[in-house]
Design a protein around this ligand. Structure first.
Ligand SMILES: [Zn+2]
Length: 255
């Protein structure tokens, strides 16, 4: 603990700032140090580590003035998941939830929000996590929480055919083989979605069955960006793996 105290004091965290860094104890990037008007607090949010502590540090009058802006979330301006979103997937409710939907959280690179008890679907762009969305595993609302503001869709899989769906679960279910599940995380098609989808030569729009007019409209809109746009008429949401729907999905690309 003496060691951590020294490391944290040496970091010179400015007043009103939180810095996220590698944990001196477990080595994960789940360690934060906050300087709240000279009260230095540190925490590791990894469940199996949980190092925490605090001390007072000397601050100047200028520091105090600068600190009146209140504590800022993070010093870095690039997106970082909150430190309480961790790789550890050992939570029982998480396991049950994934088993129910037939998805492998490890294979999909999913994460767990220990603070709000959410299954987190990271949104990756050029190898980096730029955003994420988390599904509540308890009664906590909202059911889905967005962590960033990238506007990018959640995607799953590495095939050549995009399957446009509404939610992450459907994207995860459908993202195998030739398919990439692309979840809009809502029902509207945004500019960022169109830009992302333009890299595919084929896109299949497969929204909920009750959203057919919207599906047709979206397909029309996408035709300006993707060569081959198809509409899959669903009997059920794709995440339910209705056999007829799955058969039609495979049939659609063989025509
Ligand atoms: Zn740690």
């Amino acid at each position: 603990m003496d060691n951590i105290y020294n490391i944290v004091s040496d970091m010179d965290v400015p007043v009103g700032m939180t810095v996220r860094t590698k944990c001196p104890n477990c080595g994960e990037r789940t360690f934060t140090v906050t300087n709240n008007m000279g009260s230095l607090v540190w925490n590791c949010f990894r469940a199996s580590c949980n190092v925490k502590g605090g001390t007072r540090v000397r601050i100047s009058v200028d520091d105090i003035r600068a600190g009146f802006g209140g504590v800022q979330e993070f010093a870095e301006d690039t997106f970082d998941l909150p430190p309480y979103v961790v790789d550890n997937l050992d939570n029982l409710f998480l396991k049950r939830f994934c088993a129910t939907w037939g998805i492998d959280p490890k294979e999909l690179g999913l994460m767990y929000d220990v603070k709000e008890d959410r299954l987190v679907f990271p949104i990756r762009h050029e190898g980096r996590i730029v955003d994420a969305t988390g599904r509540s595993l308890s009664k906590r609302l909202p059911k889905w929480k967005r962590y960033g503001k990238s506007g990018l869709p959640y995607t799953s899989g590495c095939g050549k055919v995009a399957v446009v769906v509404e939610d992450c679960l459907s994207a995860a279910v459908v993202g195998y083989g030739t398919f990439v599940g692309v979840a809009l995380l809502g029902t509207s098609l945004q500019e960022s979605h169109k830009r992302y989808l333009s890299q595919f030569s084929t896109a299949i729009v497969a929204l909920d069955p009750d959203a057919l007019p919207k599906t047709l409209l979206m397909a029309k809109e996408l035709r300006g960006h993707v060569n081959d746009v198809r509409v899959l008429r669903l009997t059920d949401d794709l995440k339910y793996r209705n056999p007829t729907d799955m058969e039609n999905l495979h049939g659609i690309i063989n025509h």
